[in-house]
Ligand binder design. Structure first.
Ligand code: GRF
Length: 217
């Protein structure tokens, strides 16, 4: 089995999208298993969602550790038990050091709510509105030690519409996150998408699957 470990900090809607895809597409028959959901915050809704799907949960509370390094060591101890094929950041809100990233080289992926390399960091929807762009969306990428800077795996695009505010734009973007992220997780976990010398490699069919163009309002 190729284990998938999901790191969260909050509501876990992307985890739910992944878990629903795993169930309806029977990922276990392909040798892919949602092995654990790890949260750095106790009591968040995403942990409850994981239990509903029967996925084991763990909490490593960053507040219990004096340094980022000690916090990450504790996470590594939990994660390594599963020998994961992929580590999925799904609304995980802690910056990771290069020590952690290097430990899982080429195995950590993240979803960012903007079309990278535009709008790295926080408040992406408001910044997109302020910039006056007509399209927005999300990006799945390999995690490198540069924040939101790793090689891109897939992207989903939505229109920016008249009257949008940061909330309506975020809601529209989240819908396509839920379409894109399960496809990307499956492709990376199965080895169809790989990081080689810092660049994402995949075949044409996979590349087409990992671009979502949505005109839904
Ligand atoms: C998503 O918008 C994702 O792009 C960002 O954090 C949010 C997580 O939402 N990285 P959820 O916890 O998956 O609902």
């Amino acid at each position: 089995m190729k284990n998938i470990v999901v790191l969260i900090s909050g509501r876990g809607s992307n985890f739910v999208a992944i878990a629903e895809a795993a169930r309806s597409q029977n990922w276990e028959a392909e040798g892919l298993k949602l092995a654990c959901v790890l949260s750095n915050r106790p009591g968040v809704a995403g942990l409850e969602r994981a239990r509903e799907f029967g996925v084991p949960t763990a909490v490593v509370d960053h507040k219990d550790y004096q340094t980022r390094e000690a916090f990450e060591e504790a996470m590594i101890e939990v994660i390594d038990r599963y020998e994961p094929a992929v580590i999925v950041l799904a609304g995980f809100m802690r910056v990771l050091t290069s020590r952690f990233v290097d430990h899982y080289a080429g195995k950590i992926i993240n979803i960012h709510p903007a079309l990278l390399p535009l709008f790295k960091g926080l408040d992406t929807h408001q910044r997109a509105l302020d910039a006056g762009v007509r399209i927005h969306g999300c990006t799945v990428h390999f995690v490198s030690s540069e924040l939101d800077g790793g090689s891109i795996i897939g992207q989903a695009v939505v229109p920016v519409l008249p009257g949008d505010d940061a909330h309506t734009l975020a809601d529209r973007g989240l819908k396509v996150e839920h379409m894109l992220y399960p496809r990307a997780v499956r492709a990376v976990a199965s080895g169809r998408v790989r990081l080689e010398a810092g660049r994402t490699q995949m075949d044409k069919d996979t590349a087409l699957e990992l671009v979502v163009l949505s005109s839904q309002a």
